[in-house]
Design a protein around this ligand. Structure first.
Ligand code: NAP
Length: 303
C-alpha cells in the first residue's frame, strides 16, 4: 500500500508515520514538503506521488487564534482540503481526513452521533466543518474521522501543559463544565492503521463517510487534569480545583458536551480505541521513559 501522509510533525501525524510503516510505503511530508497554503504545491505533490491512500493529518489547530484569523483557518482546513479531495478522487485514492468535536454546539445531553446536525461555536469549528462538507460534495472515496481533545507525549497539548503546571504550582484551577474524551494521538493513529490493515483502501472507500473516533469513556478537563496529577504525583498530588468556563474566558467558545459516540466505527469496522484512562497511563509511562524529551517543542495549550 502506498500512502501519502501530510502533517508528519503534528501530534497525530507523527504517530501515524510510525503506526502506518508496517502497511507499506509511507511518504510522510511536513509543511516544507507540502505547504497546504499553496494550492499548486498540493496538486504537484499528490500527482507526483500518486498514492493509493492520502492521509491528511495537517490542519490549522490554533482554536483561539482562529477567531482573529478565520481566513487562515479556512484556507488550511477547508480550501486546501477541497484540493486534496479533488486530487484524491482524480487518482482514485482513498482520502482519510480528521475532523473535530468542535463542529457541534454541545447542547445535546448524550454523545453526538455522526448524523446529528453540526452547529460550530467557533471559527476553527466552522473551518473544519467546511472541510468535511467539501470532501462530501466532491464525492470521492473518503473517511472523515472526527476526534476530540487530542494529546500526545510531544507537541502542544493539555496533558503537557498540566504536567508542566504541576511542577510549578500547588493548586490548579481547571474547567469542569466541558465534557469530552481525551484522545491520545497514538491511539487514534493505531486505530487508523488498524482500519487500513483490516479492511484495505477499497472497502473503506465503499464505506465512505464520517465516523467518530475517540477513546471510550469521558470526563471533564478538570477530571482529565486530576488523573494527570494522580499519575504524575502519586504521593502528594497538587489540588485540582473545578471552575466554570465563565471563570476562564478564552477567545473561542467551546461546546459543553464534546462527547462523540463511537458506535458506528465499532459496528462498521470492528475497531475501537481504548478507554481514556488507559491511553493516558500509557502516555505517562512513555514520557517517564523519555523524560526531558518533548520533541524539541514547548508545551502550551491549544485546546
Ligand atoms: N488537537 C486536538 O485536540 C484535536 C481535536 C479534534 C480534532 N483534531 C484534528 O486532528 C487532526 C490532527 O491534529 P493534531 O492535534 O495532530 O494537530 P497538530 O499537532 O497541531 O498538528 C498539525 C500539523 O499541521 C501542520 N500544518 C499546519 N499548517 C500547515 C500548512 N499550511 N501546510 C502543511 N502543514 C501544516 C503543522 O505543521 P507545523 O508543525 O509546521 O506547524 C502540524 O504539524 C487535525 O485535523 C485536527 O483538526 C485535533
Amino acid at each position: 500500500m502506498k500512502i501519502l501522509l501530510t502533517g508528519k510533525n503534528g501530534q497525530v501525524g507523527w504517530e501515524l508515520a510510525h503506526a502506518l510503516a508496517p502497511l507499506g510505503e509511507v511518504i510522510a511530508v511536513d509543511r516544507e514538503g507540502l505547504d497546504l497554503a499553496v494550492p499548486d504545491r498540493i496538486v504537484s505533490v499528490v500527482r507526483s506521488v500518486r498514492p493509493e491512500v492520502l492521509i491528511n493529518a495537517a490542519a490549522y489547530t490554533a482554536v483561539d487564534r482562529a477567531e482573529n484569523e478565520p481566513d487562515a483557518a479556512y484556507s488550511i482546513n477547508a480550501a486546501a482540503v477541497a484540493i486534496l479531495a479533488d486530487e484524491a478522487k482524480r487518482i482514485q485514492a482513498l482520502l482519510v481526513h480528521y475532523s473535530t468535536d468542535y463542529v457541534f454546539d454541545g447542547t445535546k445531553d448524550t454523545p453526538y452521533i455522526e448524523d446529528d446536525g453540526p452547529n460550530p461555536l467557533n471559527a476553527y469549528g466552522r473551518s473544519k466543518l467546511a472541510g468535511e462538507r467539501a470532501i462530501h460534495d466532491i464525492g470521492g472515496a473518503h473517511l472523515i474521522l472526527r476526534t476530540s481533545w487530542v494529546y500526545s507525549a510531544r507537541g502542544k497539548n493539555f496533558f503537557l501543559t498540566i504536567r508542566r503546571l504541576l511542577q510549578e504550582k500547588k493548586e490548579l484551577r481547571v474547567v469542569s463544565d466541558q465534557i469530552g474524551a481525551p484522545t491520545s494521538a497514538r491511539g487514534l493513529a493505531e486505530a487508523t492503521a488498524e482500519l487500513l490493515r483490516r479492511h484495505g483502501a477499497a472497502a473503506l472507500g465503499d464505506a465512505r463517510g464520517i465516523y467518530h473516533a475517540t477513546t471510550s469513556g469521558s470526563t471533564s478537563w478538570h477530571g482529565f487534569a486530576g488523573e494527570i496529577a494522580r499519575l504524575e504525583q502519586p504521593d502528594s498530588p497538587a489540588r485540582v480545583v473545578p471552575i466554570a468556563s465563565s471563570e476562564y474566558p478564552a477567545p473561542a467558545r467551546r461546546p459543553a458536551n464534546s462527547r462523540l459516540s463511537n458506535e458506528k466505527l465499532l459496528r462498521c469496522f470492528g475497531v475501537a480505541l481504548p478507554r481514556w484512562e488507559a491511553s493516558l497511563e500509557a502516555c505517562h509511562a512513555l514520557l517517564g521513559k523519555t523524560a526531558g524529551s518533548n520533541g524539541g517543542r514547548t508545551a502550551g495549550q491549544s485546546y
